[in-house]
Design a protein around this ligand. Structure first.
Ligand SMILES: [Ca+2]
Ligand SMILES: [Ca+2]
Length: 70
């Protein structure tokens, strides 16, 4: 989407990845979304997961995250 730099995308990823294991699970997204009006970087959570989770494993890797936002 090209709205953020890679550094900004990485910083947002780290913010959402609460346990720091390098991938974002749905529970982490929900926890983050509840504090941020149900959005990630201005995108609704449901839309974000559908678009960003390229391999369909229901977790967002740093690579998937970057290619979505940066
Ligand atoms: Ca995680
Ligand atoms: Ca995935």
């Amino acid at each position: 989407m090209g709205k953020m730099t890679e550094a900004e995308a990485d910083a947002l990823f780290a913010e959402i990845d609460a346990n720091g294991n390098g991938e974002i699970r749905l529970s982490e997204l929900r926890d983050y979304g509840m504090a941020n009006g149900g959005t990630v970087g201005g995108v609704k959570l449901a839309d974000f997961v559908r678009e960003a989770d390229k391999d369909g494993n229901r977790r967002i890797s740093r690579t998937e995250f970057r290619s979505h936002f940066a």
